[in-house]
Design a protein around this ligand. Sequence first.
Ligand SMILES: [Zn+2]
Length: 339
Amino acid sequence: MKNHSSHFAGLDIGGTTVKAVLVNHLAEQAGPLAEVRSQVKDGYEATFSQLDLALDQLAAGAGISRSDIAGIGLDVPAPSSNGVIWGRANLGEDWVGTDICGKFAARTGIPVHMTNDGNAAALGEYALRRKHSGSLLLVAPGTGLGGGFVLPGGQCFEGANGLALEVGHISVPFREDDGELPACSCGLNGCLEAWVSLVALRRRLRLELAKSAWQSHPLNQDECPIEEKAFNLREFAERGDPLAVQIFKQQGFILGYSIADMVRTLDPGLVVIGGGLAETSFRDQFMSWISEGFADRAWPVYRTSPLDPDKVTTKFEWAVGGDAAAAIGMAYAAQELFG
Ligand SMILES: [Zn+2]
């Protein structure tokens, strides 16, 4: 029998902050969102102290006692399986190969489930669409490019080793002006993330600004580092700046082109585009560039039904959870698992 006083916490561990959400036994949010510093670079023990702080804040915010928290969902910006983080973690060294789930469960006396941040955000988008009953593919361009796939009913597909949906690192057939494939942060060349991410934006911007056509562009008169220029490029695109528009148009097209192959593999019915672009005023335009790329690569049946041309077979939507999506997803997952 369900215990109606039971609550479930979702803790999203990022590079700089931990975002935390509490839900009740009906998976409804209880109390406000909590946020603490993550301290991941200081190791997992230091981060556990911060997670404890977040749990205290959640309990206080919802007016419950810590002992009412019956399950915790945790997500990390790294591939993991069965509560253990695998290599290539963007975290401190001691996280890799450690039973994070087991150690945090022992510390808190509460069962813990863990996954990566892409899966968590996909679960969050699923949980927030209460009327959605099909599957959902999330593709989220940020600093890198993450993704997640939720099956009908709300279970996240993680693969045999927790390594599924590394959508940022599938290869795309696009080349630089010199004919080379761009290098990706993962060590491979020609990955989608090397075209569609903040990191990719910096590279493209640097290459474009070196061209004589953009010699008098305001960003070439500016002394600030390329990281800052790339970060400001959204504002330029919002004002219709031709260079910014050109770069984002290319990103949108390549993203849509690549999503066509993901859709060919998964046929999700719904593709949610996450990341910070969801908050920009040119997002409708960006979505139209995604559609162009998608139409270039997807067979017509992946766009509309051959039986009813008015029936869309692959819907595209912007993410609705903002940067709280992952925490919401993990609270929802904990309720599903431990409720
Ligand atoms: Zn890669």
